[in-house]
Ligand binder design. Structure first.
Ligand code: ST9
Ligand code: ZN
Ligand code: ZN
Length: 340
């Protein structure tokens, strides 16, 4: 499916292939989201994952019920804080630091973000980044692990219940991952991922409330599963909703959109049209309003403390010209909410 491709510059100024998506909104919907693209090979369902997700969602419903009825207020507060740590591990860590190198971080910050990313249990950093880089490089082709042309459910979570298309592996293997291989914190996490993940994603958040303020262990456990499930969906919405619904002020020819709702639940990752056009910007948005982009606030704060440096961004003039050239016209009247 990587036949129709044009050459563009990626964030490292290397020439890369980019799939052509029909320019008119209707044509795009018809081709990519109205009529689903057929996978070019038979689906191979991974039943272990299907069962795991059924278990997770069933227990998460119970966890939310307990959160609203039986949990102590300290447990609710702790869950909120812990969820934000996990979120930052994905957004500021796996995504903006490791996948896109949009800023640099000292080792204490990298260590902190690695632990936070482990709390989120979305695969280890190396695997997460490799899938994400291949998503950017081959967006909406068979080499994109969550190709949005295969429909909402596939790009949201279906891709985690099927064997990957061979193109994902084939093209993923060609990526340069040497920066991560040189990062001992990333490689250490990869090596000990399973015990680390069990401990940080499930063990510690179940134990802390029961040990420190006498929460019932089963309440803390099911609330933990609810928190984890909620955050998976918040992340997955970036791949599904923010590739379908919203404006395309920067490039109307690609599927990613500006989606306020997704930006709010994902700590600032819903400004996805901007992000695909300027993936090296640490704000992943034009304005980086803290209200809809807590991650930008976190990175700015780390920079003030000397923990983050070399924050990359894009000039207003460059953005404006790009929007004029290839946007859908909404940039001129998008305002703060439309631009993020
Ligand atoms: C999860 C990840 O949820 C979510 C990522 C979302 C990303 C969103 C990004 C948006 C921006 C940021 C938003 C942040 C928002 C934050 C909100 C606040 C929280 N290149 O994988 P296998 C190789 S995870 C190169 O088994 P199968 C691989 O190395 C959820 N090579 O493929 C291996 O080789 P070898 C929890 C690749 O068998 C071989 O291929 N985790 C690549 O097809 C086989 O690999 C799960 O649910 C690549 N890209 O199975 C687990 N990929 O044998 C899910 C693979 O030599 N995963 N290879 O080592 C699985 O169970 C499986 O991967 C599978 C596919 C069933 C999906
Ligand atoms: Zn990205
Ligand atoms: Zn995307």
């Amino acid at each position: 499916n990587i036949v129709e491709a044009s050459l563009v510059l990626d964030d490292n100024s290397n020439i890369r292939e980019e799939p052509k998506v029909p320019t008119s909104h209707r044509a795009r919907r018809r081709s990519s989201h109205g009529k689903r693209q057929r996978p070019s090979r038979a689906r191979q369902i991974v039943w272990r994952n299907v069962l795991a997700f059924v278990y997770l969602h069933t227990t998460a419903v119970y966890g939310f019920y307990l959160l609203g009825t039986a949990a102590q207020w300290r447990t609710v507060l702790f869950t909120l804080v812990y969820a934000h740590l996990a979120g930052l591990g994905i957004t500021a860590g796996a995504h903006r630091l490791w996948a896109h190198r949009s800023y640099k971080a000292t080792w204490p910050l990298r260590f902190f973000l690695m632990i936070c990313q482990t709390i989120a249990f979305q695969n280890h950093i190396y695997e997460w980044v490799r899938d994400h880089r291949v998503h950017h490089k081959y967006t909406d082709t068979d080499a994109d692990p969550h190709n949005s042309r295969r429909g909402f459910f596939f790009s949201h979570m279906g891709w985690l219940m099927l064997r990957k298309h061979p193109h994902v592996r084939e093209h993923g293997q060609k990526l340069d991952m040497s920066d991560l291989e040189a990062d001992s914190i990333v490689m250490w996490q990869r090596r000990y991922y399973i015990p680390l993940m069990v401990m940080w994603c499930f063990g510690i958040p179940s134990w802390i409330p029961s040990f420190f303020w006498g929460e019932q262990l089963y309440v803390a456990y099911y609330v933990t599963l609810a928190r984890y499930t909620f955050q998976l969906h918040a992340t997955w919405l970036v791949n599904s909703a923010a590739h379908i619904w919203g404006m395309r002020p920067y490039d109307k020819n690609i599927s990613p959109t500006q989606n306020l709702g997704v930006a709010i639940v994902s700590l600032g990752e819903g400004w996805h049209n901007y992000h695909h056009v300027f993936p090296w910007d640490y704000k992943t948005a034009e304005l980086g309003n803290y209200g809809t982009n807590m991650t930008a606030g976190f990175i700015d704060c780390c920079a003030k403390l000397g923990l983050a440096y070399n924050l990359k961004s894009v000039t207003n003039e460059y953005i404006r010209r790009k929007a004029q050239r290839s946007g859908d016209g909404s940039h001129t009247h998008g305002g703060v909410w439309g631009w993020g």
